[in-house]
Design a protein around this ligand. Structure first.
Ligand code: ZN
Length: 86
């Protein structure tokens, strides 16, 4: 699994507000389950989103609006990356 480091997230092509949100959301990340193909996480406290990692395609996805519109990393996916670094 290719996980972005905190440095890469802070200096990557992400919006500043998105990175700040990811840092807060990091503390709400829970790993739901893992199968041979998928790892699933829940991110958020009041508003929850499902972040999935597809192990065969090596792809991240999220069910939020941002991801469905832009199909680039949203703050939820970035939060999971930060969470996995601990
Ligand atoms: Zn998202």
């Amino acid at each position: 699994m290719n996980i972005l480091t905190e440095y890469e997230i802070e200096h990557g092509p992400f919006l500043k507000g998105q990175v700040e949100r990811a840092k807060l959301l990091k503390y709400t990340v829970k790993k739901d389950y893992e199968t041979s193909r998928t790892i699933a996480f829940t991110v958020g406290k009041d508003e929850k989103h499902s972040v999935m990692y597809n192990k065969t395609k090596h792809e991240w996805s999220c069910d939020c609006r941002w991801f469905s519109m832009k199909s680039t990393y949203c703050s939820h996916i970035l939060a999971v990356h930060l969470y996995l670094q601990r």
